[in-house]
Design a protein around this ligand. Structure first.
Ligand code: NAP
Length: 336
């Protein structure tokens, strides 16, 4: 770890964006195109959850679908083209205000001063906590079908969950696996109807209804998943080589616990204009308490957050001597 540095005074960023998923990258495109000095911090590689998604079919403009990885790389490229500074593999540990009215973003490498902040830290997959889950990570337990699916050619896997992720990633796994058990705690899926129709029509799926995972067994690698029927209490051992968990997501906000308001599930609370209770700190994307976790939603919120930042900074500076024309050089005007 390098020595902490501090960007002071005129060197402070106009905006630091925490998280480089679709929300954060869109905010970066708008902010940097609006000529704001912009940094994007990302603890992993840019892209967030979508970078792990095989095919995105419902983002407008791609009638054939686009790989999540390709879409996120294009967003990153676009942000960099307008001058946003990407800092990947740099985790954020805290946020505090400083006496001069700036914010200090504390990362695992440095302290960065900024006049405003956009929080777009996204979510991560929820863990089940069952015996064997942690022990078999990398040896049969996975949260990423796109990354690991090809390892299961001709094998049998189980997917846990009944939402869009479980069904879509399970469909992806049928490209490789001979059989995919879909284990769901109820007897109907939560996933979108189109995804359900495809899954029901796929002969490689076997649905294990009303069942929850209890234990993952194996010697070196995963060999079986023990499940229990929640209605009958009956146990069943599924002979599988892999277990893919898609039982929901948790927001990456523990580091914000004492900084901004979070709801009971840990999502960031904002008003309709994406303002947190801290002036100049906005939130967008999946980690915000919003009703729709979709790329299109994250992108819209990212754009709005950047425009809000620009308005906030304009207010801080007071009225300009000559009002800028809407259009070039303004995130608010850069709406095309
Ligand atoms: P989700 O919609 O929250 O679904 C989680 C699933 O796991 C549910 O079926 C839930 O069962 C089950 N579950 C939760 N806790 C469990 C536990 N402890 N044990 C067993 N099962 C458990 O999560 P997601 O599928 O990851 O999706 C997250 C968000 O992203 C959603 O809004 C989704 O629409 C969106 N998304 C969209 C797309 C797309 O548009 N193409 C793709 C992926 C995700 P219950 O149904 O009984 O609650």
């Amino acid at each position: 770890m390098s020595e902490p540095t501090s960007e002071t005074g005129a060197d402070a960023f106009d905006v630091v964006i925490v998280g480089a998923g679709p929300a954060g990258l869109t905010a970066a495109i708008y902010a940097s195109r609006g000529r704001l000095k912009t940094a994007v911090l990302e603890r992993n590689m840019a892209g967030g959850q979508i970078a792990l998604t095989d095919l995105v079919e419902n983002y407008p403009g791609f009638p054939e679908g686009i790989s999540g990885f390709d879409l996120s790389q294009k967003m990153k490229e676009q942000a960099e083209k307008f001058g946003a500074e990407m800092r990947e593999i740099e985790g954020v540990a805290g946020l505090r205000s400083d006496p001069e009215g700036c914010y200090v973003v504390v990362t695992d490498r440095e302290e960065i001063r900024t006049r405003s902040v956009i929080l777009a830290p996204g979510v991560e997959p929820r863990r089940s906590g069952i015996p064997g889950e942690a022990e078999f990570i990398g040896r049969g337990v996975s949260w990423c079908a796109t990354c690991d699916g090809a390892l299961y050619r001709g094998k049998t896997v189980a997917v846990i969950g009944g939402g869009d992720s479980a069904v879509e990633e399970g469909m992806f796994l049928t490209k490789f696996a001979e059989k995919v058990y879909l284990v769901h705690r109820r007897d109907e899926l939560r996933a979108a109807p189109i995804a359900q129709e495809r899954a029901f029509a796929n002969p490689k799926f076997e649905f294990v209804w009303d069942s929850v995972p209890k234990q993952i067994d194996g010697a070196e690698m995963v060999e079986a998943l023990e499940v229990e029927n929640v209605k009958t209490g009956e146990g069943r051992s599924l002979p599988v080589n892999g277990v893919f968990m898609y039982i929901g997501q948790i927001p990456n906000t523990t580091w914000l616990k004492d900084t901004v308001e979070l709801d009971e599930w840990g999502y960031i609370v904002t008003d309709g204009l994406l303002r947190t209770e801290l002036p100049g700190v906005f939130a967008c994307g999946d980690a915000r308490a919003n009703p729709l976790k979709q790329i299109a939603m994250a992108v819209g919120e990212g754009a709005l957050a950047a425009v809000q930042v620009e308005r906030y900074l304009d207010e801080l500076e007071g009225p300009p001597e000559t009002a800028p024309a809407a259009g070039e050089g303004s995130a608010a005007g850069a709406q095309r």
